[in-house]
Design a protein around this ligand. Sequence first.
Ligand SMILES: Nc1ncnc2c1ncn2[C@@H]1O[C@H](COP(=O)(O)OP(=O)(O)O)[C@@H](O)[C@H]1O
Ligand SMILES: [Mg+2]
Length: 323
Amino acid sequence: MSLLEVRDLTTSFQTGGGEVTAVENISFSLEKGEILGIVGESGSGKSVTALAIMGLLPRPPARILGGSIMFEGQDLLRLSDRSMQRLRGPGIAMVFQEPMTSLNPVFTIGEQIMETIGAHESLSQKDRFARAVEMLEKVGIPSATSRMTDYPHQLSGGQRQRVMLAIALVCRPKLLIADEPTTALDVTIQAQILSLLMDLRDEFGMAIMMITHNMGVIAETADRVLVMYAGRTVEQAPVGRLFDHPLHPYTRGLLSCVPTLDQDQDRLVAIPGSLPEPSRRPPGCRFSARCSYAVPACGESIPPLAMFEPGHAAACIRVRDIG
Ligand SMILES: Nc1ncnc2c1ncn2[C@@H]1O[C@H](COP(=O)(O)OP(=O)(O)O)[C@@H](O)[C@H]1O
Ligand SMILES: [Mg+2]
């Protein structure tokens, strides 16, 4: 049994212009200790997928239209709010892109870490303090004991992201969802946080869903990769295979402009055009309007995700032709 098994997840948002789907038929699994990279341009549905797993999609306007999210054999979509709350922390934890918005400015970082521990375990104040300091040291905060009484604004951006990691990891989650965890940070800090995450994976055996728009981050961290485009999976493969043999034209485009970790890839100059708004998606393959390999048939129906090698699937009817 996989640690996490997402099957045919489909979600929508109610908007002024009607109901639009944000993710469609997303399926993937994650084993214990594995790092799954989820990559795609901004707006492709990565965060919505993550929030659906965490049970944190705002409903309404969001709706789960179908699918299942099995975590250790139980369907999270059927859990009560209370059970879901108990799972967040020791089961699944998440770190977000912007650490300042997720830390509470009026409490010290020590209070915030200790509160997280207290929500899930009955430890004495002294033990919670010790555990919090230990976790701050683990995520690389120097002089951790004296930092406990600092407020978030007294820390640098990189340190705040480390504190968020400490909060996420203090209950030893089996799965960490890292949603663009380093996007707001400068390069050196970014590399440090990524290597820290991999060390923690090795130490705790936790699985990581590494969400990013940056193929450089994928290359550095992931074991397997899911490529998303406009709410759908376009390709899935082991990381080495994806970089050596990308099948989908969108993946090829992403790879032709892989930045090193010190460049940002928010604008994908190598792929002309931009992601279609959910309400203006073309019929057929959603990438077809930007694809240099597209033929008329691409615009007729959504290409199914087909397996080309064990573990390597792509949703493109042109794969065989374009070699
Ligand atoms: N609260 C919301 N209301 C309406 N649409 C939303 C909301 N949140 C996300 N979406 C839409 O869902 C799609 C996927 O968004 P998201 O998962 O945030 O993309 P990513 O994380 O890949 O950048 C986008 O088209 C976005 O506009
Ligand atoms: Mg996002």
